[in-house]
Design a protein around this ligand. Structure first.
Ligand code: AMP
Ligand code: MG
Length: 387
């Protein structure tokens, strides 16, 4: 058994050649930015009014001013206010020369083209380059969210370089598997991993290619792995990686020229996990038990796929109070326990084992019990890793 930090280090040390492509910002939601973004413009590009109101020079102390013009947003302004003058101004419009304050329209009264008003504390001006200066770093490499799309657009950027999405092949193994929609015969169960793993890949915006299920048969397994390695950047197999008599996956992976970098992790669930490399292709063998598959994808596959896209995956961790004591009998492995988060508490889910997939429906996060620890008592402040 290999400790999880050792396994993580093996994965971190792998060198990846980042593949990128140019796409339109409007099509970039959920994609990974390939480089940091620096501003090539000032924002705003001119002093502008934050309010609908009147622009004036407050230094004169005069609160009875002649209105000489109306300035709309978008118009170029050439006037220079003289003593005793003001401009009616709209939100977003350029401040005229000679003005240093805007009084909002709610505090004004106008008679015979003359303004009288209550002076305000705020100047209601957004100054040139107040939000952004030329050369300022605006966005670090990240998964693009709507706010990044907004900011990129505000910088005048229409196209960006993003990481190419890795193509991830999924193969499910198991003679006992039938697909949803089919009729189960005695001894058979439904294949959930094929669809769960595919969705986990798609949820992080990589390309999933599902090869379907192979029975526990050496030559069929050998062939499908060969096919998938040729066509994909990463392949994920579910099942057949343990010690059973018909668990052919590790052997067939090796026969395909894949070097196994680790097999069997000191983790619960997910002990049989396997990871291998063939040139620039990577292979994960995940245990067939669906809870294990889910958890190992979160902990190992997801960070690796983000690494392939050039960024470090930072799971969202929050500090919460443990609602009930959790125990582990076998302290040789690190345990991950699904929890529900409620009002600052982590409620451990009643979870019988790694086949108990429906327990995950209420799971918001995973908590960790380190090796060597037998229990964590109720009320302890713990880290919950959101899923
Ligand atoms: P294995 O890792 O192949 O020994 O499988 C472990 C357990 O997970 C067995 O009970 C399998 O029937 C079950 N299992 C394997 N593959 C799947 C799958 N694709 N969907 C749901 N359960 C599976
Ligand atoms: Mg099996």
């Amino acid at each position: 058994m290999i400790k999880i930090d050792v396994a993580q280090k093996i994965m971190e040390d792998i060198k990846i050649d980042l593949k990128t492509e140019k796409i339109k910002v409007i099509n970039s939601l959920g994609r990974v930015l390939a480089n940091d973004i620096f501003s090539e413009i000032e924002s705003p590009p001119f002093d502008k009014s934050a309010m609908d109101g009147f622009a004036y020079n407050h230094k004169s102390g005069n609160t009875n001013l002649k209105i000489i013009e109306t300035i709309a947003a978008g118009s170029a302004v050439n006037t220079e206010l003289k003593i005793g003058e003001c401009s009616k101004i709209m939100t977003g419009a350029m401040i005229p020369k000679g003005a240093n304050k805007v009084v909002k329209i709610e505090n004004c009264s106008v008679e015979n083209n003359y303004l009288s008003f209550e002076p305000e504390k705020n100047d209601n001006i957004i100054y040139r380059a107040e939000n952004l200066k030329i050369g300022e770093k605006v966005i670090e490499k990240c998964v693009i969210r709507p706010q990044e799309i907004g900011v990129l657009s505000s910088l005048g950027i229409a196209e960006i370089k993003v990481a190419k999405q890795p193509t991830v092949g999924v193969i499910t193994t198991g003679t006992e598997l039938k697909n949803p929609g089919e009729k189960l015969e005695i001894g058979q169960i439904y294949n959930s991993n094929g669809f769960q793993i595919t969705s986990q890949i798609e949820a992080m915006n990589c390309k999933a290619k599902y090869y379907g299920t192979v029975p526990d048969d050496k030559s069929a397994t050998l062939k499908i792995i060969q096919n998938a390695i040729n066509e994909c950047d990463v392949i994920i197999l579910s099942g057949g990686v343990s010690m059973g008599e018909f668990d052919y996956v590790p052997q067939m992976i090796e026969q395909n020229g894949v070097k196994i970098l680790f097999h069997k992790l000191a983790i619960k669930p997910g002990k049989p996990t396997l990871f291998g490399q063939k040139n620039d292709k990577f292979v994960f063998g995940l245990p067939g038990n669906p809870v294990s598959t889910f958890v190992i994808f979160e902990l190992f596959v997801k960070p690796f796929l983000f690494k392939m896209m050039g960024i470090k995956f930072n799971p969202k961790n929050i500090k919460v109070k443990l609602a009930n004591e959790v125990k582990q009998r076998n302290t040789e492995r690190t345990s991950y326990i699904p929890v529900k988060l409620e009002n600052g508490f982590a409620i451990p889910l009643k979870y019988h084992g790694s086949s108990h997939l429906n327990a995950l429906i209420s799971a918001d996060a995973l908590i960790k019990i380190e090796r060597g620890i037998t229990k964590i008592t109720e009320g302890t402040i713990i880290n919950a890793r959101q899923i």
